[in-house]
Design a protein around this ligand. Structure first.
Ligand code: SF4
Ligand code: SF4
Length: 208
């Protein structure tokens, strides 16, 4: 029948229109505030919210799901003496995998011998070119680069992040991506246990 598709589309719009008021009124009657409260933001960020709503950005920001990705950051381990130990080995795989080629890395070198050392001396990502694809995080063999939730990075100047700005502690990674972090930690522990078991088996094996 002609026009059936249009009627179906209009009914969706109509339902959304009324859902907006029903949701607003039910919230107002429950005595809760929909705007400018953490609870209100959580509600509007959830799948339970109905109708159409406004986000008072930048004062309000929706809570993003764990798999949301924006710009990359480098993970470092916090040492007991307060030093930052980047997981990055400056292997360069991420910069090769990056489609728009917006990653630059300079590997450290030994001050005496001049030989390369597996840690970055400099690390830059041009966030204005980054297309948020996440390939760098996918390809990194050391879980050293991860995708951040921080999307509020607009500035007047050029957004080229250096090593200092890119580095964030592993505890931050665990906070923004708890499921991913725990999975990786379990995999790492299982790998280490298997390695230790292999080493123990080799040591116990009789020599010919
Ligand atoms: S972030 Fe990962 S892939 Fe990129 S240089 Fe460092 S270790 Fe290699
Ligand atoms: S997210 Fe994609 S575009 Fe951005 S730095 Fe990583 S690989 Fe490059």
């Amino acid at each position: 029948m002609y026009g059936l598709g249009i009627l179906k589309g209009l009914s969706v719009t109509w339902k959304r229109f009324w859902d907006t008021y029903i949701d607003d009124i039910s919230w107002a009657m429950s005595g809760r505030k929909r705007y400018h409260t953490e609870e209100g933001i959580r509600h509007r960020s959830s799948k339970n919210t109905k109708g159409i709503f406004t986000v008072q950005y930048p004062e309000e920001q929706l809570i993003v799901p764990e798999e949301f990705r924006f710009i990359p950051f480098l993970v470092y381990e916090e040492q007991a003496d307060g030093k930052k130990e980047p997981r990055c080995t400056a292997c360069g795989i991420c910069s090769k995998a990056c489609p728009p080629q917006c990653i630059w890395i300079v590997r450290s070198s030994d001050s005496v011998t001049g030989k390369p050392v597996s840690t970055p001396a400099e690390f830059y990502i041009d966030m204005d070119i980054c297309m948020n694809c996440g390939f760098c995080a996918e390809y990194c063999p050391f879980d050293a680069i991860k995708m951040d939730h921080d999307f509020d990075i607009a500035s007047q100047g050029r957004n080229v992040y250096n090593l200092e700005k890119l580095l964030k502690p592993a505890s931050y990674y665990a906070e923004v991506r708890p499921l991913n972090y725990n999975q990786e930690e379990e995999a790492r522990k299982a790998k280490e246990a298997a390695k230790a078991a292999r080493a123990a088996g080799t040591a116990a094996a009789p020599t010919a």
